[in-house]
Design a protein around this ligand. Structure first.
Ligand SMILES: [Fe+2]
Length: 246
């Protein structure tokens, strides 16, 4: 089976279009989406409509999806993120709002080997930054591989004999082998708002037969995504950050 893992689109239609082009050229058996369809970007409705066409897919909600549909407040959001949540609430259709409302809460067990979550398996809103958080997360993972999002950084944590080591993935293509006796906690990076100073969109493909995970970065039309944000009167900082990947 070939799984395509992607997360944190954040209303960025141009990044999603580049992603859809990327997957067209590849054989994918199952899509795994880790949350945050909306928030920040100017195309929440278009994103939801496109994602609904991807099949088969396992999808969980992110903190922005939750805040937009009213399942959470914006109290924990910074002012710019909160203003994007309010903008999205004002522009999303009833049907798409209802889709967000019905998204499942992570963690979700996909099969006997794979789990997905947005932030951490013990708290969908928690950020996994470093080995301490990862060690806590592994206590809540009953399978070999758990994929997570939320931080927007491509990262691999490996746990062997109760020792956890993290690796930040630099460069545009990476590959890891899945070894027996090792467990994995993996973030593929973000589609619509990368924050690792690499502005290219990110995703990963897990080939369960070949026992390997490939990590990809691909360019998209950042200028157009920025223009959409400015034209929508969203905070200009949300457009500026896309160009530098922060
Ligand atoms: Fe996010």
């Amino acid at each position: 089976m070939r799984y395509l893992i992607f997360t944190d689109i954040h209303g960025n239609m141009e990044a999603l279009l580049a992603f859809l082009k990327f997957v067209q050229k590849r054989k994918i058996d199952h899509y795994l989406f880790l949350g945050d369809l909306v928030g920040y970007g100017a195309s929440p409705n278009e994103i939801i409509q496109r994602i609904r066409l991807l099949k088969p897919i396992s999808t969980i909600r992110g903190n922005h999806d939750k805040a937009v549909c009213g399942l959470d407040t914006v109290q924990t959001f910074n002012p710019i993120a909160a203003s994007a949540i309010h903008w999205t609430r004002d522009h999303i259709t009833k049907k798409n709002m209802s889709y967000l409302y019905k998204l499942k809460q992570g963690p979700m067990i996909v099969n006997k080997d794979i789990m997905i979550c947005h932030g951490a398996p013990f708290d969908e809103d928690h950020y996994i930054f470093g080995e301490f958080d990862a060690s806590e997360a592994f206590l809540h993972i009953p399978v070999q591989i758990c994929f997570f999002g939320h931080t927007h950084f491509p990262f691999v944590y490996e746990e062997k004999d109760h020792i956890v080591e993290g690796t930040f993935l630099t460069g545009d293509v990476n590959e890891i082998k899945i070894e027996k006796g090792v467990r994995y906690l993996i973030n593929p990076g973000s589609i619509g708002q990368p924050r690792d100073r690499n502005p290219m969109a990110a995703c990963a493909i897990y080939d369960s037969n070949a026992k390997k995970i490939e990590f990809y970065r691909f360019p998209y039309n950042i200028e157009k995504a920025q223009k959409r944000i400015i034209d929508a009167s969203l905070p200009p900082a949300l457009a500026e950050r896309l160009a530098v990947g922060i």
